[in-house]
Design a protein around this ligand. Structure first.
Ligand SMILES: [Zn+2]
Length: 234
């Protein structure tokens, strides 16, 4: 069984397990907080426990977010980059008078002008991810518009530090994290469904969860992979 608690502005995922003691963890890359608690522990007890640790939680979230700001990617030949959950080796040709990105069987090939800077290479690759993500997201959004009977007027793709997506039900718009292009497309499907379900239910209540259950029965596994799985930085 699982649920979540709001401790001020911190959301705590609570998972009940067959264990004796409470475990508290803060996970990269987004600073997600999870408490594993014994099956018979009362939610109020867990709330008080989490509240007593709020300083520790926030300290660790700050650490995780400041680490995430470092950019380890150097856009070097044979560096690993991901698209839709598959790993590719980067190839860079730097004697062109134009820029483009080609996806090969096992390579992402970037053709750039001679002397292209790190920023230029990064921008080129991010633009390419953006196009990939927009192309993949469009039919998924259309699908969920039909089955949820809601309309998405606009969707935005952004680099987001702490969230996979967000939505504005009033404006009928959603935002997707550019980084989703690096994960399997199931992750993108889940985030789109989650954000669009907020058009119907603004919070994460049982009604909201039932929408996810109905349209994507395996969503919890996908969510956990996104929130707790390893994430190679851009
Ligand atoms: Zn949500």
């Amino acid at each position: 069984m699982e649920t979540e608690l709001a401790i001020g502005d911190v959301t705590v995922d609570v998972v009940f397990k067959d264990i004796k003691n409470v475990h508290l963890s803060v996970y990269p890359p987004t600073g997600r907080v999870r408490v594993s608690a014994p099956n018979d522990m009362k939610l109020e007890t867990i709330r008080l426990f989490a509240l007593s640790k709020i300083g520790w939680i926030k300290r660790n979230q700050r650490k995780i977010k400041s680490q995430a700001r470092e950019t380890p990617r150097e856009f070097l030949e044979r560096e690993s980059h991901y698209l839709w959950g598959r790993r590719y080796l980067l190839r860079i040709e730097d004697h062109y008078d134009r820029s483009d990105v080609l996806l090969g069987h096992k390579t992402i090939e970037m053709n750039v002008p001679k002397g292209a800077t790190l920023d230029q290479k990064r921008d080129l690759l991010f633009d390419w991810y953006r196009v990939e993500l927009r192309e993949a997201a469009t039919p998924i959004i259309a699908h969920f518009e039909k089955v949820l009977n809601v309309e998405v007027r606009r969707f935005f793709i952004q680099q987001m530090r702490t969230k996979w997506g967000s939505s504005s039900p009033a404006k009928r718009s959603i935002r997707l994290n550019l980084n989703l292009a690096r994960f399997e497309q199931d992750s993108l499907r889940y985030v789109i469904l989650h954000e669009m379900a907020h058009f119907i239910v603004p919070n994460h209540s049982a009604r909201f969860v039932s929408i996810l259950d109905l349209h994507m029965p395996g969503w919890r596994i996908i969510r956990d992979k996104l929130n707790y799985g390893p994430l190679t930085e851009f």
